[in-house]
Design a protein around this ligand. Structure first.
Ligand code: NAX
Length: 328
């Protein structure tokens, strides 16, 4: 076996962390033959709880877990990491305005971007799950000028998986029959899950569904508001599914998307599909060997165009807000 890969997880004592760490430690990202060293970052008051989680990791006796280091100093925890999953973020508290939220998270993601820039391994890949994920990824990226910009992505894979699940249910098919799903834009209520390029058993999904009203009034809002529906039912936000999507995204980024399919990832726009350059926007991408590339040449109809531009407009607003705060 090889020497361990170093994987950092921030917010490791949180809800998502409680599911994510065990999946990574058991080989879900790198497979059964690659030992993993976990580097776990938390804020000081959460370190005791994190020690408890580490006790449980020990108790699993995972053959692929080479070691665990915990701490509250990003420069120590990110030292030499090959993969950084930035999950920890500041949730919106009572009475907090959007500007306050961007500012609180800005402080976290500027510091973490700078620390990664200084100490991460040369091959580092950085996936941001903590919300507002796209803009947090933008902040970290802009604060890490020595790391190639395409090493940063934000998570829309949960939305992508939700869209697959909803389409499978509607069409009475299995998730394995669904391909070419796309989430465009922001991981927020303005995201646009696109059925016009998706396929069900090789047939165009919008044609199989054949119901524009269902697409507009049911499918799109159900996917976009699924997080709220889960909070309503469970009393807390999606955690195991978010962890699972974080794993899917990292695994496919590093080891490649399926030959006849693509995945959704929020990555730096190169101007494809008229999306302003530099925005961290979710696109259909194929991945190979740790690199992604945006799927080109899809026909965009007027309905899709409107939705894609609306979610881009929201990301432009967020970018301008963090720029005004001096965070990027
Ligand atoms: P929790 O509040 O359970 O855990 C977050 C953890 O982050 C806490 O333990 C906290 O101490 C830690 N933390 C805060 N600031 C930190 C810092 N500066 N450095 C290191 N750790 C820090 O939240 P959880 O349910 O785990 O969700 C984590 C984030 O994922 C939230 O921002 C949430 O909104 C976001 N989500 C993103 C999703 C996506 O698809 N992109 C879906 C699920 C989830 O809502």
């Amino acid at each position: 076996s090889s020497s361990p890969v170093k994987v950092a997880v921030t917010g490791a004592a949180g809800q998502i962390g409680y599911s994510l760490l065990f999946r990574i430690a058991s080989g879900a990202v790198y497979g059964p033959d690659t030992p993993v060293q976990l580097q776990l970052l938390e804020i000081t008051p959460a370190l005791k709880a994190l020690e408890g989680v580490v006790m449980e990791l020990d108790d699993c006796a995972f053959p692929t877990l080479a070691g665990v280091e915990i701490g509250d100093d990003a420069e120590k925890i990110f030292d030499g990491v090959n993969l950084a999953l930035l999950v920890g973020a500041r949730p919106r508290g009572p009475g907090m305005e959007r500007g306050d939220l961007l500012e609180a998270n800005g402080a976290i993601f500027t510091a973490q971007g700078k620390a990664l820039n200084k100490v991460a391994a040369d091959d580092v890949r950085i996936g941001v799950t903590g919300n507002p994920a796209n803009t947090n990824a933008l902040i970290a990226q802009r604060n890490a000028p020595d790391i190639p910009a395409d090493r940063f992505s934000a998570l829309t894979r949960l939305d992508h998986n939700r869209a697959i699940s909803q389409l499978a249910a509607r069409t009475g098919s299995s998730v394995t029959e669904i391909a070419h799903m796309t989430i465009w834009g922001n991981h927020s209520a303005t995201q646009y899950p696109d059925l016009f390029h998706a396929t069900v058993g090789g047939r165009n999904a919008a044609e199989v569904v054949d119901d524009q009203a269902w697409i507009e009034n049911d499918f799109v809002p159900t996917v976009a508001k699924r997080g709220a529906a889960i909070i309503e039912a469970r009393g807390s936000s999606s955690a195991a599914s978010a962890a699972s999507a974080t794993i899917d995204a990292a695994r496919d980024w590093l080891h490649g998307s399926a030959a006849d399919d693509w995945v959704s990832m929020a990555v730096q726009s190169d101007g494809s599909y008229g999306i302003p350059e530099g925005l961290i926007y979710s696109f259909p991408v194929t991945t190979s060997g740790g690199d992604w590339s945006i799927v080109q040449g899809l026909d965009i109809d007027e309905f899709s165009r409107g939705r894609m531009d609306a979610t881009a407009a929201e990301l432009i607003e967020e970018r301008d807000a963090v720029q005004a705060l001096g965070l990027i």
